[in-house]
Design a binder for this molecule. Sequence first.
Ligand code: DQA
Length: 144
Amino acid sequence: MKILILNGPNLNLLGTREPDKYGIQTLQDIENYIRTIALKENVEVDFYQSNIEGEIVNKIQSAKNNYDGIVMNPAAYTHTSVAIRDAILAVQIPTVEIHLSNIHTREDFRKISLTAPACIGQITGFGANSYKLGLIAIIDFLKK
Ligand code: DQA
């Protein structure tokens, strides 16, 4: 089983970016943590981060036939990107949307996710653990 962990804009700055909201772990710390879980679960994971919407769309398109599932934190594009939503719908790869912060307790514009309706579910508000929960959720979904 091969899972793509997709990360949107500004997540490359985790660790120093608004740590009160997003924690002190860097994206590399999160990747290391997720890799230990993936090893235990016997699944392959690839991490990808981009600040550019079109690159994320390209990555989703090229995931077809290469990945069984996607765990995606679209970051700010969650609230704006019809293109990312359409890409997920186009490739039909089961996808779990995740967020470090609980987007439903924040500004009104963050409460709306354009991308979540293309996903099998959303995990939001558990910090770096959202990545772990997202990985477990997609593995469980794909096994059934
Ligand atoms: C985020 C929430 C988004 O609203 C924000 O734009 C991010 C991070 C999160 O993981 O909590 O960049 O996706």
